[in-house]
Ligand binder design. Structure first.
Ligand SMILES: Nc1nc2c(ncn2[C@@H]2O[C@H](COP(=O)(O)OP(=O)(O)OP(=O)(O)O)[C@@H](O)[C@H]2O)c(=O)[nH]1
Ligand SMILES: [Mg+2]
Ligand SMILES: [Zn+2]
Length: 277
């Protein structure tokens, strides 16, 4: 029977099949092959023996926390206190996209902004939406819940951005404090492995500590370019153009024409330089 691992405590896996939960162990062969089942894994279990006998191919694997098959990542982005950080936002978009996860921007703390500042955020929202990235405000709880439905979601973003508050907003009936979620997901737990997916809004959510620390170092220049969706619309003179100093670069022209957001291009170059070292 096929199911999904929703909890790991030490070597005990909880596998969900429909509405049923099965406590399982991994078959011995996995250990020999150095394969470790992960939360989020789609697995085949032998119900009679409570054994995980096969793991289906993963679409991605995160290491902090250890979760597989993540569908979406909310990039929780504070617009004030702490100040808007477009470098971190664009970096997370690239890292998340590269990991085969759909990035969704969630702006927070718009209540702290004046009208002019709000307009700036509204313009950013429109830009990112235009390039195909979903954008929400943390107050749009109905919309956020709809996005989580039937998905495994993680939260990324700097400390104080409002990740835990967002979970509280959308989880009327979650009977665990968000602090405890972070705790359960690995903070300060060194001896026992415990990762759990929490059922919220008919989906699963992981309050990810430290996702923002992930950097781009494993990505090649070519792969970085691929994560900037809006660049793909332009045909540069050279097919392998990295949109830096090449002549006939249509991306650079588009930046001058203000078709591409200056900060997006600046951040791209910043990440590109970082990869050259
Ligand atoms: N004014 C305002 N404050 C907010 C909003 N969202 C969160 N906060 C406040 O911002 C502070 C930080 O929020 P948290 O949810 O703890 O932030 P976090 O992202 O979980 O931070 P870490 O757990 O440290 O990574 C808290 O005092 C929240 O009450 C918002 O939309 N508006
Ligand atoms: Mg938090
Ligand atoms: Zn170019």
């Amino acid at each position: 029977m096929n199911g999904q691992i929703i909890r790991v405590i030490s070597n005990l896996y909880t596998v969900k099949i429909g509405d049923m939960l099965y406590g399982c162990r991994a078959r011995g062969k996995f250990r020999k092959d150095k394969i470790t089942p992960m939360v989020g894994d789609n697995v085949v279990i032998d119900v009679d023996n409570n054994l995980i006998i096969d793991i289906l191919p993963r679409k991605n694997e995160l290491t902090r926390p250890v979760v597989a098959n993540v569908d979406i990542a909310f990039i929780v982005t504070s617009t004030k206190k702490p100040n808007l950080d477009l470098v971190l936002l664009d970096k997370l978009i690239s890292v998340i996209t590269y990991n085969n996860i759909e990035p969704i921007i969630c702006f927070t703390k718009l209540d702290l902004l004046n009208e002019v500042e709000k307009e700036t955020i509204e313009k950013l929202r429109i830009y990112y939406e235009t390039i195909g990235i979903k954008v929400v405000y943390n107050t749009e709880t109905v919309l956020i819940k709809k996005l989580i439905k039937n998905k495994i979601a993680v939260l990324a973003g700097q400390t104080g951005a409002g990740k835990s508050s967002l979970i509280n907003r959308i989880s009327e009936n979650l009977n665990i404090k968000t602090d405890e979620i972070s705790e359960a997901l690995g903070r300060g737990k060194h001896t026992t492995r415990h990762v759990e997916l929490y059922n919220i809004a008919e989906g699963y959510i992981v309050d990810t500590p430290g996702f923002s620390a992930i950097d781009l170092k494993d990505i090649s220049k070519e792969e970085l370019k691929e994560t900037f969706e809006e660049f793909k619309r332009y045909d540069c003179k050279f097919k392998d153009c990295v949109h830096d100093k090449e002549i006939g670069c249509k991306v650079k022209e588009a930046v001058l024409e203000k078709e591409i957001l200056q900060s997006r291009y600046d951040n791209y170059l910043l990440f590109l330089k970082g990869l050259e070292k």
